[in-house]
Design a protein around this ligand. Sequence first.
Ligand code: ATP
Ligand code: MG
Length: 400
Amino acid sequence: MEYDHIVIRYGELTLKGRNRKLFTTQLANNVRQALRNFPAIKVDKKRDRMYIVLNGEDPDAIMEKCRKIFGIQNMSVALKVENDETAIKEQALKLITETENVRTFKISTKRSNKEFPIGSQEFNHVLGGYLLANTENITVDVHQPDLEITVDIRSEATYLTSKKVPGATGLPVGSSGKSLLLLSGGIDSPVAGYLTMKRGVQLEAIHFHSPPYTSERAKEKVLDLAEKLSFYGHSIKVHIVPFTALQQKIHREIPHGYSMTVMRRMMMRISEEVAKQEGILSIVTGESLGQVASQTMESMHAINAVTNYPVIRPLVTMDKDEIIRISEDIDMYDISIRPFEDCCTVFVPKQPKTKPKLEKVEQFEANITFDQDIQEILSSIETIEIQAKDKQEEEMEDLL
Ligand code: ATP
Ligand code: MG
């Protein structure tokens, strides 16, 4: 069956009265961006839903792309018909006979256009009766039909839609500002990034890298994770921070029990500076309460004390199992478990303080100045922009 439209329903967006236009405009932009390799399509944004006019493009491939776009509650393929009883009957019949393996059907009419002369209930019977009379071996089943046809009679036209495919839900990326994600190569931070994007936040990422203690492949792993994230938001800037010298200095100058706390504080300070430069107003981490020494209440308190920026921790109350499940669902897990050392694991002391005291950390840091080191680091950050490419674009690049 040749469907000619995809209907996209907004879900949560419908609740956001005043900001709604902003959200729908952002969503339409994100849809256009994600579907840039389908030149024939047209995106038609309406107040309460959006249509993708297919103009001959493949609906399945487009639905697949749309499943990663936050802000879509659900979607369906649709056939647009004029508001005319005969035309609707003919097209519905075509739909039912040309769809494979249909033994049972159900009609659900929604008549928002009250000028259409037949009421919803009545039209269910009129159309159902017509379909029964013009097909063989097909019956009505209102509970578990093989094919449910929704007849959506609206002012401009009628849409015959089949089943609803769930969307990614959440809010359109870009509608809730921007955050800087501290992205390690582990399991947690990519999941934290994904969940933040789901709330409509566009991300940049920052990664602390300590060559030669950490390898090029550890960096590649982070870039691969960033690429996976970029599919949810078009592109991601990744700031790679050369952290070796500062880590060595911490290792030399700070009592070992406290070196991890100080290292984290430096990461926060550098992240805040990068956020400032980029006009970003918050920081995201993959911390989860109680997971490791650096994630106790005392540790978080001592680390957080260096910044006034909001630190978003989407995983703070989650169990590891829950985090792993999301990581697998979004196809990041296999990358995250590649066995390359992270800068934090390389320098982690044998017995880090699990309950560091803020006054003590401040005392230790008071004797040394890190400002110069931080300035040097900031001037040698490497920034890489990761674009979400689809298969078609990758193949083109390979040919060049
Ligand atoms: P993850 O699975 O995200 O690596 P983790 O369980 O290993 O987290 P920690 O090592 O305590 O926990 O790291 C806590 C958070 O600090 C990470 O989720 C991440 O946001 C940030 N982080 C840790 N190492 C780095 C790094 N090398 N670069 C950037 N951010 C980092
Ligand atoms: Mg880690």
